[in-house]
Design a protein around this ligand. Sequence first.
Ligand code: SAM
Length: 311
Amino acid sequence: MKIFTSQPLSDILAWAYETLKENNTLTFEVLNPDIGRGNYAGESVTVDDITYVYRSYKAWSDLGEILFCRMLTPKILTEHTVQITYEKLDLGDSFHHSDAKEEKYGTASRFSAIHKNEEPAFLSSYLRALRSVKVGTRKRILNLGINTGDEFDLIRSILSQEEYHNIELIGIDHSISAIEKARERFDEGNATFYVHDINDLASLELGRFDLIITIGTLQSPGIEFKPLFMKLVQEYLTPNGALILGFPNCRWMGGEMIYGAKAPNYPYSEMTLLYKDVYYCKKYLQQKKFRVTLTGKDYVFLTGTKIHSIS
Ligand SMILES: C[S@@+](CC[C@H](N)C(=O)[O-])C[C@H]1O[C@@H](n2cnc3c(N)ncnc32)[C@H](O)[C@@H]1O
């Protein structure tokens, strides 16, 4: 088995890329990260006269993600070393490749296997955004691209029953199967779901909302991002209304949420479109006297709240 002691990460990366061209797994022996804990990656740790370069499990897990692999449970090999194994992800196993139109994200799609609230990076950022807009004080909440309702589910789980029942929730999506499931999940009487095209909100006569949430939806093909975003702010928010916009900066493949947005015409993650859209929204909202924060990692969350609430 390949053993790495003091080799730089650049050598390991080059070896890994080369080996994965011919193999579906990659196995090597390194210093047990528990031994050098507290060190930064790259610091030297000497045990039994062998000098190792320290790297944490987080570093090894990151490397696996960069190689589009999942990291298997490390095995203890000796008193000081462990075996790291990476297994290639099935990159074809993804909803991104589907062209099923309205049902691309339906309950029969690969997308329906995703539970974002179980991914720490998503959950922590979404929770932070909900808390920063004081979701329990909002009376009418609109979600565009609600799918089966996971984003409402978290709201329900963090509020008291009384707070939750005082809120009117409206979710819109063009997937019939996703909306049917959302209706089953939210039968307490305060949630309404529409199978509808987000481009035609006017015909629903929805009124205004204290909070608009839309995650992973406004940048979809078939949606004109900027005009829709401006319309939401101008015509669908109450004077003190708030916004939570979630921009994906990841791909879902082979059971994993992989950091980095895939851009057309690039074989690697490229973020111009993400930064452009996020920055556009931030500038626009600031001009309209919103306080805007940007948080998150695999999903970038833009949260907009009014600087001075209007009474
Ligand atoms: C990437 S999914 C995100 C779903 C959910 N917000 C989440 O983050 O898990 C985008 C959602 O928007 C819906 N969608 C896309 N374009 C739409 C449109 N023009 N009208 C209505 N729904 C649309 C899709 O059906 C899908 O459920």
